[in-house]
Unconditional design. Structure first.
Length: 574
């Protein structure tokens, strides 16, 4: 944007004057319009602009005679627009239909991969039959071949977990949005018996580009006692499940799962000439396999993969009888250096600043992110926490808070810079101060525009507010500068204000409406992912339109007030 404005400035100072001198004809050379239709259109436009000009003249005359009423009315309008903020709701990035969504599915802990795949096949069948809009489905289930836990769609993997990546046809080619499809799929998943938890994530490409890939609501319980933190997490989960506006509430580490643990006796290990590394490698090789050799045939090479048979991997007796080769070359049984016990433990352990963390996640529906987060904050404030345990917001709530703080600082900086530039150009502190009164009413227009269109206040809308600071002052600059020039010619203050307003009305309206018309496609676009950038167009249009209306009346009134009270006193002192 900055580069484009600089290039347009260069063109306005060089190219436009040159082309005007070549292409524009003097008034003496203008020929009268002879076409009846064009003549009628020209006459109608002239009457329309004359009526607008006369109406604006009468409005200015009344406003200059009722300065207190004008200022008070403007103040009331600004306060009322600020009162709209709680009704707007806030969010980080607007959700968008990017023609894709994901499903995270977890069945009861301890289930085998084959049982998980049965659920997967049933869900795939539902998608194929009930969702003709879907063009591509990719599924990943269970752990990988090496046995490592990995991440899929922001969720942990396990034998009882599956992740679906689903892509649909383009928005214009289907009757339902991905949000409607996701809601319908949620209802179908609720009918499945044995599914412990599931979530449907509609975050698309725009979310990944903007960093809004985490859950909209994420509340972290940070503390040393994992058991106490888990109790608090369940308490919070129960509340969030019943809270209006939440859906797919889950705990990120999942419920404890059954596992076999080998408890080693350090003394027996030392006597047998073993260490934990040797025992661990033996278990790993037997459980997950090892490439023992290679088989070659007709130029092709195949790995020979050796591991325990599946039926022996869950037998404690078989595991205890596994032979382990010592450093001395002898072998001992696992049961001679330790014992196998069956325990339940969390599938993952998260840490934040060296402290254990349990997160409660939730998507939102029907309410804004800010409203839901405010309700959860109120509930969290009433929870009694154990020592050294805290509850913190993360995910998009944290991202939104940080982004709003940064943009608020950026907004203040832009206001200061705009004022400094105008002060240097006008060689005055009062004239730029008068002009800056158009900025607050730009924000009023933003809030009104978002409220009328039912759009939440997001980071994108906030960006539009920052951009407006440099745009809305242009109209006020034109009015104040031309009024100063008129007064320098010896014209009375009141007459100078009215003359300047009428003279500059058409340029002000032309620049405003050309900008507004250029932004309309952005505000009403309906393509894939357009929901993300639509608030930028709405906020800019609302702010510019409303600020222009206020500027045309309020700025001349304030100019009159400051000229008669402040500058007059300064001249008397001088």
């Amino acid at each position: 944007v900055t580069v484009m404005i600089l290039v347009s400035l260069l063109a306005a100072l060089t190219l436009i004057p040159m082309m005007s001198s070549k292409l524009l004809k003097s008034k003496k050379e203008e020929k009268p319009i002879t076409n009846p239709l064009l003549k009628k259109i020209d006459s109608s436009l002239a009457k329309f602009f004359d009526s607008v000009d006369n109406f604006y003249k009468r409005t200015l005359e009344w406003a200059l005679g009722h300065k207190k009423s004008v200022v008070f009315t403007a103040l009331i309008i600004f306060v009322l627009s600020i009162a709209l903020i709680p009704m707007l709701g806030t969010e980080f990035i607007p959700r968008s239909d990017s023609s894709q969504f994901q499903i995270f599915l977890e069945i009861e802990p301890g289930k085998r991969l084959e049982e998980t795949l049965d659920y997967v096949q049933n869900i795939e069948k539902i998608i194929k039959e009930d969702f003709p809009e879907v063009v591509f489905v990719s599924v990943r289930s269970g752990v990988n071949d090496a046995g490592f836990s990995s991440i899929l769609f922001g969720q942990n993997e396990g034998a009882n977990i599956s992740g679906f990546q689903i892509r649909t046809s383009k928005l214009k080619e289907r009757d339902r949005t991905v949000f409607e499809m996701a809601d319908a799929l949620r209802e179908r998943l609720k009918s499945f018996v044995g599914i412990k938890s599931f979530s449907v994530n509609t975050a698309g490409t725009a979310a990944f580009l903007t960093g809004a890939t985490g859950a909209p609501i994420e509340v972290d319980i940070v503390g040393p006692d994992l058991e106490e933190s888990y109790k608090i997490a369940n308490q919070l989960k129960d509340y969030m499940t019943q809270l209006n506006g939440t859906r797919d509430v889950r705990i990120d580490i999942g419920d404890p799962r059954p596992e076999l643990q080998l408890v080693l006796d350090r003394e027996k290990l030392a006597l047998a000439g073993l260490n934990t590394s040797l025992v661990g490698n033996t278990l790993r090789n037997n459980y997950f396999g090892i490439v023992a050799s290679k088989y070659r045939e007709l130029g092709d090479e195949y790995d020979i993969f050796v591991s325990l048979p599946p039926e022996k991997k869950s037998s404690i007796a078989e595991i205890e009888n596994l032979p382990v080769k010592t450093l001395l070359g002898t072998t001992v049984r696992l049961k001679d250096v330790g014992k196998i016990i069956q325990e339940y433990s969390p599938p993952t352990i998260k840490r934040k600043e060296q402290e254990r963390v349990i997160g409660v996640l939730s998507d939102i529906s029907g309410r804004s992110l800010g409203e839901v987060a405010a309700d959860i904050r109120n509930f969290v404030s009433g929870i009694e926490l154990p020592p050294n345990t805290t509850i913190e917001f993360a995910g998009q709530v944290e991202q939104q808070t940080d982004a709003f703080k940064d943009l608020l600082l950026l907004l203040a900086l832009s206001i200061v810079l705009v004022y400094m530039v105008m002060a240097a150009q006008f060689e005055s502190l009062l004239d730029p101060f008068i002009i800056m009164f158009s900025v607050p009413f730009a924000f009023s227009g933003v809030f009104i525009g978002l409220f009328v269109t039912g759009t939440t206040f997001s980071v994108i809308a906030f960006l539009g507010s920052v951009i407006l600071v440099g745009i809305v002052v242009k109209n006020a600059i034109v009015l104040v500068d031309f009024t100063n020039i008129t007064r320098a010619r010896g014209v009375d203050l009141r007459e100078a204000i009215i003359y300047s307003g009428r003279n500059r009305l058409r340029p002000v309206l032309m620049t405003t409406f050309t900008t507004l018309l250029g932004l309309i496609p952005l505000a009403v676009s309906a393509g894939d992912g357009s929901e993300v950038w639509r608030p930028l167009g709405i906020s800019t249009i609302g702010g510019l339109f409303f600020s222009t209306l206020i500027t045309l009346v309020l700025v001349p009134v304030l100019y009159s007030v400051f000229e008669t009270r402040f500058k007059k006193k300064k001249k008397e002192i001088d």
